[in-house]
Design a protein around this ligand. Structure first.
Ligand code: FMN
Length: 343
């Protein structure tokens, strides 16, 4: 079974749902000596199977697939309807009809797990919670290594008790959704370096540190503090292989976007992204209702993507966004690793 110690370079390209992670990114990062993830979230099992096939047709290196753990049905449906009324003027101006509210989470968890049991990828990671114990056992029996995303010591303890193989420890600096499942979905107060050191002292599992990492110095420090590897998302967002929208790539380097915030405005769940006018306008009134808000805003985000309008897009990004460079994804791996070794 794959272990993090097998990596020539302990740098992982994060799973990024919504299109940024691509099979070519996974191949490029693996060829450079790191490891990449495909994101199963928001896509059908058929598309996921095609993407796994695309990686395997070009590379024999190990890679991972990341899966969203289903959420309990939303309780704040009145809040979702209130939010719908907030969004109506924006939708009307764009000539868009907002979709009816979906009560349950329907990301196809069971079909995706069944598919991953067939495909037997090296690593299956989970976010937004812990998978049921039989799923962990089944994947491990099929020789897939299981990683749980955690954002606190309490979550790390639960994941360890479940029997996962490694922890992806996500700090509050991280771009995209927070994986938080035990505590409130508000930003944690403990920075990634502190969180890694604390969880390393309390849990026996290998740790992948994630959140705001953009320099060799940070990587060297995290590895010295007990991380077995690091996982970067934002650093890969502008690369040639990234499938992120062009307006998202440009915004990361634009003077018009100068900071990231944690918001529920786009999905109903806390996520870090560049502050834009959508967040300014709607961020204060968003209910805690994921994925209902995600589905509600989907046509608005799709319209903004078509118009390449960064002010209507979810510009997910971590605190280190200014360091994200254009160029091959492989260069992110080799440059950061070289820099981390020269310290
Ligand atoms: N993490 C997941 O576990 N699953 C996802 O599907 C996912 N999608 C993301 C999409 C984007 C655009 C970004 C920026 C992050 C996403 N993340 C996701 C979070 C990453 O796994 C990782 O924790 C984060 O990128 C690390 O912080 P950094 O972006 O500052 O490097």
């Amino acid at each position: 079974m794959f272990t993090l110690a097998d990596l020539r370079i302990p740098i992982i390209a994060a799973p990024m749902a919504g299109g940024a992670s691509t099979p070519t990114m996974v191949v490029s990062v693996a060829e450079a000596g790191g490891m990449g993830f495909l994101a199963a979230g928001y896509k059908t099992p058929q598309v996921l199977a095609q993407q796994v096939g695309a990686v395997r047709s070009r590379s024999g290196h190990p890679f991972g697939v990341n899966v969203f753990v289903p959420q309990a049905p939303a309780s704040d449906l009145a809040g979702v309807e209130r939010y719908r009324r907030d969004l109506e003027p924006r939708a009307k101006a764009a000539g868009i009809a907002l979709p009816p509210t979906r009560i349950t989470d329907d990301d196809g968890f069971e079909e995706k797990i069944a598919l991953l049991c067939e495909l037997r990828v090296a690593v299956v990671s989970f976010t937004f919670g812990l998978p049921p114990a039989p799923v962990v056992g089944m994947l491990q029996d099929l020789r897939s290594s299981v990683v749980a995303t955690v954002t606190s010591v309490a979550e790390a303890r639960q994941a360890e008790a479940l029997g996962v193989d490694a922890l992806c420890v996500q700090g509050p600096e991280a771009g995209g959704h927070r994986g938080t499942f035990v505590t409130e979905d508000e930003p944690g107060k403990i920075s990634l370096p502190e969180l890694v050191a604390t969880i390393h002292a309390e849990c026996g599992l290998p740790i992948v540190g994630a959140g705001g990492i953009h320099s060799g110095e940070q990587i060297a420090a995290l590895l010295a503090d007990g991380a077995a590897a690091v996982q970067l998302g934002t650093a890969f967002l502008r690369t040639d292989e990234s499938g992120a929208n062009a307006a998202h790539k440009d915004a990361l380097a634009s003077a018009g976007f100068d900071r990231t915030v944690i918001t529920r405005a786009f999905s109903g769940r806390a996520a870090r992204g560049l502050l834009n006018s959508f967040i300014v306008e709607h961020g204060a009134g968003t209910p805690r209702a994921y994925p209902q808000v995600h589905h509600l805003t989907a046509p608005l985000r799709a319209d903004a993507a078509r118009r390449a309008d960064p002010d209507g897009l979810a510009l997910w990004a971590g605190t280190g966004f200014r360091a994200a460079q254009r160029g091959p994804a492989a260069d992110v791996v080799t440059t950061l690793w070289r820099d981390s070794r020269s310290r």
